[in-house]
Design a binder for this molecule. Sequence first.
Ligand code: SAH
Length: 494
Amino acid sequence: MAAMDKQKKTQFQKDDIVTVTIEDISSDGDGIGKADGFTLFIKDAVMGDTVTAKLMKIKKGYGYAKLLDIVKPSPFRTAPRCELARKCGGCQIQELDYDRQLEFKEKKVHDVLVRLGGFPEEVVARASHPIVGMEDPYRFRNKQQLPVGEKDGKPVAGFYASHTHCIVPVSDCMVGAEENQRITATILDWMKRYEIPAYSEETGEGLVRHILIRSGVYSREIMVCLVVNGTQLPHEEELVEELAVLPDMTSISLNTNTAKTNVIMGKKVRTLWGKDTIEDSLHVSNVEYRGGKACFEEAHRQVTFQLSPLSFYQVNPKQAERLYSIVRYDAKLTGKEVVWDLYCGVGTIGCFLAADAKEVYGVEVIPDAIRDARKNAEENHINNVTFHVGKAEEVVPEYVEKRVKAENRRSRKGLVDVVVVDPPRKGCDEKCLQTILEVEPKRIVYVSCDPATMARDCKVLADGGYELASVQPVDQFSHSVHVETVVLMSRKDK
Ligand code: SAH
């Protein structure tokens, strides 16, 4: 048996050409199939395809192959709307039918909750709701950050090819706004005309690094920010003149980033023309579950936000409204609750929930975000929210200690009714989770952009006395492998 296994591993060599039927899809979006029992990962192959592929890399027990030809296309295969879909690293599964993309994401969430979260299959199945998909999975992004470089002596802007820093020039990204084309073309023309050099990551020389374009879906305001390796631009006035006349242009600014880093934005922004910020709003809807499926009623309230080039803001605003509406549904607020909004960014969730809570306490590590959060609350006349700067795992335990001492409490319980966490990909810190368990909120609403770390953290919460009450995936990024999830963990009655 062992000898046979060994034979299987070594029978193929690099550059061999194989025919494979694709049976599954990896968490990175690659097609997975077997050639004589040997598992192969093939980029751009779709579940159900029969393809020929060339072996590129052989590992112990599996390998990577390059798609050569589709012998028999899958019924789930669809023509990508973007001709650069395979080259560009932005989309991984654009050739998979959108309904199949949604199925893949639902399964991804289900599987990690079972495998990493340790929840029994039937518990996950009972708690899970069908994913909230998009009506139109194109043209949804409100923000685009295009790296600028040079090809054949000409300035280009686009996206990085997957796993590289090579720019694939893109003139019209199908998930971005249509008007971005004209803005990008205007900037590239200006660079050509005045011989403004693009920045080079290798040498650290040159000027223009990135083009940031952001638009408000409701306000229709557009912001352009040029990220440059310097504080001044030659022919700045000419650039401003040409950009300012484009429809809906509201703000033009310059961001200075002189560091040799792959972090896109520097800290300093100078407005060249128009307003410093653009405005957008989020609409609050009631949710009703019909036949297990989330249905969104007409919005009855809105919260407005001022966005600077540096603020973090959800990039798919329509789906963000639904995500937050689900958070609000899970939080089951009656106006009497104390709510924590941990990892709060610019306070979007806290401001969204404030009208239905007694008090909201937001925590975020980036001071600028907290400054924006306070401004957002003020401008929306929300006065039952306070925001605190620091790491959740440090600020929250200190706050709890302080309250216990100040109020001479015998127990930590009852300080908070509902906790919302929305951590970055790495999930919550252990200390943060332990503090939440100590104060025993009735409900914990976990908003996640990485199902694996979410499953790991939910296991900790389950071991601490909470049950998996609801799992609601939301598609925020069609054609990519990413999935956002709202999980409700409810305190078990003792
Ligand atoms: N809830 C917000 C932001 C979510 S993104 C929204 O919906 O818009 C996650 C946020 O967590 C980021 O703003 C990031 O700066 C912040 N963050 C990262 N690590 C943190 C930590 N240890 N403590 C508090 N906030 C943190």
